[in-house]
Design a protein around this ligand. Sequence first.
Ligand code: SF4
Length: 315
Amino acid sequence: MEKINLGISSCLLGETVRYDGGHKLDRFLTDTLGQYVQYVPVCPEVECGLGVPRESMHLEGNPDSPRLVTTRTIQDMTDLMVRWARKGVVGLEKEDLWCFIFKSDSPSCGIERVKVYNEKGMPIEKGIGMFARIFMEHFPLLPVEDEGRLHDPGLRENFIERIFALKRWREVLTRKENRGNIVDFHTKHKLLILSHSPKHYRTMGKLVARAKELSPREFYQQYQTLLMASLYLKTSPKKNANVLQHMMGYFKEQLPADAKKELLEVIEVYRKGYTPLIVPITLIQHYVRKYDQPYLKKQIYLTPHSLELQLRNHV
Ligand code: SF4
């Protein structure tokens, strides 16, 4: 399987590029996710010409357009970083990145709530790292996360689902532009989309239904925008329980009364947060196989990538 190219702040891979000569190795990123992706490491502070070790820096001034300043000798590094970052993001275009994982809280790499100091030296957590801001402006559609958020099982699951969905979408893009390819992709992803956003599920269904009114190019663009927006929204036990009950509808005629009651109980126990999603999913997979349900058999929601599957093990 072709790997997904993922940009990453170098220190998260254990590279000793931090201002103090240290690193911020993250084992989930290297040992687990690293099996499925190809990392493209970037350390903006080293690559813009600052050495290791170096003086620490922070953001100061207006949170919307802060300056990057060294904390001891008060040297302004903003122009150096901005000049390099603008070239750096153009250089990254050839890497065919599908996501970027940034180091949280860094004045160069943080994607949100980075401390910005005012003239009195008081911090407010409203900034974006200088390189991360330029990166996100240059690649507005690319998913970004920071490693801090990925420690939350729900956000981690959401991120992993997004990158694997993007990978499957990229495979569609490599084929000839053809409405049928999207209809096939959409059919397989319907329940995954529903688990993230019932609203997008309805809108995307309507878009697919009027596909013939649009040029293939317009259809691709509109579909891609909605796909990314829908998967960005987090799933929840309530949304997943609705999807599970929806699936049950496909074989409820065949299911004996006691099995139906048991399945509804298993879904309810999951919805209340006592068991992980993998429990009702496994039971439904069993019935899908048993009753040979053709539509559900195709659903990515029931047969995701193995890493996505492992992530459904948390409560
Ligand atoms: S947070 Fe960013 S700039 Fe700082 S060491 Fe890590 S990669 Fe380099």
